[in-house]
Design a protein around this ligand. Structure first.
Ligand code: B12
Ligand code: SF4
Ligand code: SF4
Length: 275
């Protein structure tokens, strides 16, 4: 199993699987981008610091003792899903479906990656599919963070609203698989954990602040409790959710109609000189 072959299989899955569509109509995701981290990268240990995630965090080797590589991928939402959520107010129906059946497809992708690695003679698991996986909403953290894995695997950096900005932007979902097969790590082409967001760099954007319907984002960052309350307790889409059997609402206004929606915001904030 090599990187190219793995990406090819994942790309074909994204383009052909009916699981990546809402009832065979529009597709949720475009093909993924993929990154690789050394399971012994010192940064994984750093995640246990309180100011990064905390001691709830489990290292790759605490999930799979033989771990050598963490494979992380980003599934960017299609133009149709992204643009459907451009209006302010409630999440679009396309975005809502991309959150719930869309995450089921993400689970399918995790299983396909595991199966391919096993077929190549390796061991593999996805923490999000393991029974030990927990999300503690008192501290808004889980024992495996998809964004922090993606950061270490070279896929992108954090931002003012806490989402991870990849070369395909932030509008989409992440997945990861830990394996004992060895792949070369992807270089991290950024200087610090917030490098891709012009606001956290030098106060040059802030577009997501106005997009949030509950003012959860300020120049200081994101208030997780406000966002959580809106999605889970206010649950503004509860009638639609009942119809489709979804447990709570989606929103994602801070990830759509913003400069980091589908690329790293660059030229708009840092124009190239003509000379
Ligand atoms: C709990 C959770 C939530 C909580 C809290 C979010 C949060 N920021 O933690 C609530 C319910 C509010 C939430 C909301 C949403 N979520 Co959510 N959520 C999760 C979940 C399950 C765990 C996140 C977690 O463990 N956080 C841990 C804490 C510690 O993270 P943090 O505080 O943001 O981390 C900061 C520090 O580490 C800090 N930092 C300080 N010093 C340093 C130094 C270094 C070296 C580093 C690396 C970092 C660092 O930087 C980080 C960013 O500020 C993940 C799935 C998963 N298991 O990963 C999805 C996930 C984060 N959610 C996701 C999404 C899409 C959403 C929503 C858009 C919902 C929707 N679909 O409509 C909203 C908005 C998200 C937003 N603006 O960030 C995506 C993110 C996609 C992206 N591009 O980043 C994820 C990864 C799910 C997925 N499979 O893709 N979510
Ligand atoms: S909208 Fe602007 S400030 Fe907000 S995360 Fe994206 S680049 Fe950063
Ligand atoms: S998901 Fe919605 S409520 Fe949560 S921070 Fe983003 S815009 Fe605000």
């Amino acid at each position: 199993m090599n990187k190219k072959k793995l990406l090819q299989i994942m790309t074909e899955t994204a383009l052909t699987s009916t699981g990546n569509t809402f009832k065979n109509t529009y597709r949720f995701y475009d093909p993924p981008i993929i990154g690789f981290a050394d399971a012994d990268d010192q940064l994984f240990q750093e995640m246990k610091k309180d100011e990064i995630i905390g001691d709830i965090y489990r290292l790759p080797k605490e999930w799979l003792p033989e771990a050598t590589t963490v494979i992380s991928y980003f599934l960017p939402f299609t133009t149709e899903v992204r643009h459907s959520n451009h209006e302010p107010g409630l999440a679009s129906i396309e975005w809502l479906h991309a959150r719930f059946p869309g995450e089921e497809f993400n689970n399918q992708m995790r299983r396909i990656v595991i199966k391919e690695l096993e077929n190549a003679g390796g061991k593999a698991l996805a923490p999000m599919l393991e029974p030990e996986m927990v999300i503690d909403y008192n501290i808004y953290a889980s024992n495996w963070s998809e964004r922090h894995a993606a950061y270490i695997a070279g896929l992108g950096t954090f931002s003012l609203n806490a989402a991870l900005i990849t070369e395909k932007g932030m509008s989409g979902r992440f997945g990861s698989v830990i394996t004992n097969l060895k792949f070369d790590p992807t270089p991290r082409s950024y200087s610090h954990p917030f490098a891709h967001c012009p606001q956290t760099n030098d106060g040059k954007c802030g577009a997501c602040i106005q997009r949030c319907p509950v003012n959860a984002i300020t120049k200081e960052g994101k208030d997780k409790a406000k966002c959580h309350y809106y999605l889970f307790t206010d649950n503004p889409l509860q009638d639609t959710n009942k119809e489709f059997g979804y447990p709570y609402s989606a929103c994602g206004k801070c990830q759509s109609n913003v400069p980091c929606e589908s690329s790293i915001p660059g030229e708009r904030f840092y124009p190239k000189s003509n000379s």
